[in-house]
Design a protein around this ligand. Sequence first.
Ligand code: SF4
Ligand code: SF4
Length: 419
Amino acid sequence: MNFDNHPCFSEKAKHKVGRIHLPVAPKCNIQCNFCNRDFDCVNESRPGVTSTVLTPMQASRYLDGVLEKVPSIEVVGIAGPGDPFANTVETIETLRLVRAHHPSIHLCVATNGLELPSAVDTLAELAVGHVTVTINAVDPKIGANIYSWVRAGIKVYRGEDGAKILLERQMEGLRLLKEKGVTVKVNTVVIPGVNDHHVTDVAREVSRLGADIQNCMAIYHVDGTVFESVIPPTREQIESIRLLTGEHLPQMAHCARCRADAAGLVGKETDQEIQKLMKSVTLPQVTAERPYVAVSSMEGLFVNQHLGEASAFWIFGFKNGSPDLIGRRSAPPSGGGLERWSDLSTTLSDCCAVLTSGVGETPRAFLEREGIRVLAMNGLAREGIDSVFNGREIPKIMQCVPGKCGAGKSCGGTGNGCG
Ligand code: SF4
Ligand code: SF4
């Protein structure tokens, strides 16, 4: 067990060892009654909040840039903004990229534990040294009041059924992590009137399974949640809880409740330059090898075709401050599965981005891995092309955010916007 190299596990390390959270995991597989991840506010400093969600490749590029600027960062973690293992593909790919580029860096993950048991072998293989599991109850009757639902596989469980499944997976995950020698911190959110009388039971049980340290944190007031009217415990209440839980395992008392995209020393605000760097890695990079932008459009004026249904792409360069039509290229036949996306990446191999009104997760991930940024938007193609060539984000009002409009995966890309 090594506490000294991790700022969240050791108060001493907090002042000299920096950490960075790579926000690659937007989805969650449970709903805690104190969580609302719909905010993107730089003044909100708490878990579940991030300015941007990165793809694994972007996260890797971002990390390389940050490490050049902030050499004190020795710990790379994935802490949401959802749950790392509700986004296992992205999480594992990110950890693999980081491990390959930075063999000696410390890796850590923070999870609700639902999908932890099936991830433990891979985490051990990647030498993830520290894992945080949030365990708020060890009695499903109490857990039922904390979680609205738990999604295991394709089924959603509510009440005690959901809390029981979550608890079983958390306990199993914890046991397996300790078998592999991973250092485990248990976070417990203290919710007055719900689990404050039960936190010592949590400490006793997780200590029995080998957890190394516990972090009892006061519930954070968040508007729009089931617990929005719960009054958070005072510092004195938390301290007296820690005295009791401290009889079972060491307690962490310096948690800064960091954002899912925090970077630098714990407790210090993320440097503005680093925030800019994070935004910049999400923008397409126009280069000599990739000087064009492809547009998925019926007539070449509006972005109004879903990537899956496009039979051709309009290719644009930029000349004298305006989009310059280079030509129209036929798309590989639709319905070919991965072969289509592989052929499409060849067809668009000189494009840094493709603008489309809708895209599935698989083609997006495939094309982005091949270096083609996929931007889902609606409206005038010219606006999107201008943004790419001027190094700006697509205007928010034109961005198509999967799931925001309620259509989710069934979005057909009508070109009518998300609203
Ligand atoms: Fe929110 Fe985390 Fe709970 Fe998921 S596990 S609902 S992201 S607090
Ligand atoms: Fe560490 Fe707490 Fe910040 Fe997580 S939220 S990185 S445990 S200080």
